[in-house]
Design a protein. Sequence first.
Length: 205
Amino acid sequence: MSTTPTLEPVNAPAAPQRQGVLYFQAEQMLLDVFGVRFAFWLPGDGWQLTPSYLPVTGDVGARDVDPQACRRLCNAVRASLRPSFLELDVNTHLLGVPFIEYGRVNRVAVGLFDTNSPGLLLQLAHAFQQRWDEREERRRLQDENQGLSEQVSQDFEELMFLRHIAGELGDADLDGGLQAIAEQMLGLLNESIRAATLVFIEAAE
């Protein structure tokens, strides 16, 4: 059975946050598509193997895979921003799939395959990467749209508040000058924000 280079969940977070959830989903999708478990390598000081978020099974990975071979593959993937494979022997290949954020490789998923048709495997990896990138683009646009919607709502509320203030001041008796305006404004603000104390400070001339 095909395996991957070490998948022991050492120090894996019990409740991963958003980044962890994202790569848990990626790891699960890779397993569903390719039928083998992938290991994620994080760029940094010579590429570091990250913990797995998937449950521990009897298949903990091929312990005899040379980590340096995985790092060479990760370097090739990072340089091309595309999936790539590395031949270990005639029928054994490592497949690397990049996960890209803001034009840079954030992580590389590495899987170990027993196959004499790495070209077909590479085509499937390209299709997977395209599907993942499209999925992440939709998620990014949804986040941006949500942020824009919240900003528009906030701006509208502020506009309506200012309109209300302007209307109230327009109807107020402002013969008392600046003091009267300040008192009127404090009263209107208190109606909106329900502050315990509001103080008007007049600048000295």
